[in-house]
Write a protein that binds this ligand. Structure first.
Ligand code: GAF
Length: 391
């Protein structure tokens, strides 16, 4: 992988050749979630880290109100008129760009037109949040081109709205939040209700090892929204029994067990994943801060079982990678990361075991499925900002 400065110079150089003037380069990272899956849209807790893979957007203002964007990956250009915005996306990669422009405008800001060139090394469709990285990098670039300040939490909310209302994916706030607010060397414990966050240092002796199953996740296609609907159904059925609860965040595991018979079994199990996962996120934070890596790993392993058995968002390839990693020396815990139905696992690994763990995962996965698992180590990075072209 080329360094960030070199990648940014490539994107800026393409911009110069294509549009005949110079540009500044904005960046936003993909993410890996250590624990807390599908809890974000239930007002709960999550603990992601920003990746050192990122999306870069070279941008400069135009005199009119057109947004013109070229994607290096797609080798395509698209344009959008800020004065005649489409109400929703058209199932195109540019939806993530124009959705953000449209939502920045509906939030009351007036944008300048801009030319953009987009490049990225965030793996696509791997559950590492390439779409949030694009949205937040575009928000940063468009605000800068308009001379407006980038306020990270507000930008994350706008980017989430772009995905909910323009793209049509009912995601929570986690991915956009960590892309905007990540802190190098740390995971973030995010309270998705208050939108407060606190850094959780990743000890220097630990590594976050990601294994890409290369099974593509399909959650834009409806499974994700189905899980969300089951959680909402649980809240609707529990409200008469528990009083004015707003979300599953307000339900304890004991509450849920007490009223188990008031819920269809499937809804009960979906809700059980969420209420127990919230508790596991807080336990994992406590354990990481106390240096109790065994306990953090145990919470991750329990999360994997809950995603498999109660929330039903894993798949055989992912279950294999997580189970296999859990049995290896030097691995504290392992689980699927992200929305589900494929994608990647994340393992908490002792630094000196990283190489043997990576090799063992690749070999075992090839033997079991005939597939190559790409394994990489994540260095938790900062959230969105400009890239210094001289770095
Ligand atoms: C996807 C969504 F975009 C997030 O909001 C979150 O719900 C995640 O799946 C599951 O934890 O990445």
């Amino acid at each position: 992988m080329a360094g960030l400065g070199a990648q940014a110079r490539d994107v800026a150089q393409d911009f110069l050749l294509r549009f005949g003037r110079s540009a500044r380069v904005s960046r936003a990272p993909g993410r890996v979630n250590l624990i807390g899956e599908h809890t974000d849209y239930n007002d709960g807790f999550v603990m992601p880290a920003a990746l050192d893979f990122s999306t870069l957007v070279a941008a400069a203002p135009r005199q009119d109100r057109t947004i013109r964007v070229y994607s290096l990956f797609m080798d395509e250009t698209r344009a959008f008129d800020l004065d005649a915005p489409a109400p929703s996306g058209r199932h195109d990669w540019s939806d993530y760009v124009f959705g953000v422009a449209a939502m920045l405008e509906t939030s009351g800001l007036r944008l300048a037109g801009a030319d953009l060139v987009v490049g990225s090394d965030v793996p696509l469709g791997a559950g590492l949040s390439s779409s949030a990285a694009l949205e937040v990098a575009v928000a940063h670039a468009l605000l800068a081109a308009s001379g407006l300040p980038f306020e990270p939490v507000a930008a994350a909310r706008v980017a989430q709205r772009a995905e909910n209302d323009f793209v049509g994916m009912r995601c929570g706030i986690m991915d956009q939040y960590i892309a905007a607010c990540g802190v190098a060397g740390n995971a973030l414990l995010i309270d998705c209700r208050s939108l407060d966050a606190r850094p959780v240092p990743i000890a220097p002796t630990l590594r976050l090892v990601i294994a890409n199953s290369h099974v593509r996740h399909q959650h834009a296609g409806g499974d994700y929204n189905d899980r969300r609907a089951a959680c909402e159904e649980g809240v609707r059925l529990l409200r008469p029994l528990l009083g004015p609860i707003a979300a599953l965040r307000d339900v304890t595991p004991a509450d849920l067990e007490r009223h188990r018979r008031a819920l269809p079994d499937l809804v009960f199990r979906r809700c059980r994943h969420i209420v127990t996962e919230n508790a596991r996120v807080l336990e994992a934070e406590r354990a990481l801060k106390a240096g109790d890596f065994e306990a953090c790993g145990a919470a991750m392993n329990a999360s994997q079982r809950s995603m498999r058995d109660d929330f039903a968002i894993t798949c055989p390839e992912i279950d294999f990678l997580a189970d296999f990693a859990q049995g290896l020396a030097g691995v504290h815990g392992s689980r699927m990361t992200g929305g589900g139905f494929g994608g990647c696992t994340v393992s908490l690994v002792e630094a000196d075991a990283v190489e043997s763990v990576g090799r063992a995962l690749v070999d075992a996965y090839r033997l079991a499925f005939g597939l190559h698992a790409e394994v990489f180590v994540c260095a938790p990075s900062d959230g969105a900002g400009f890239v210094d072209l001289h770095e």
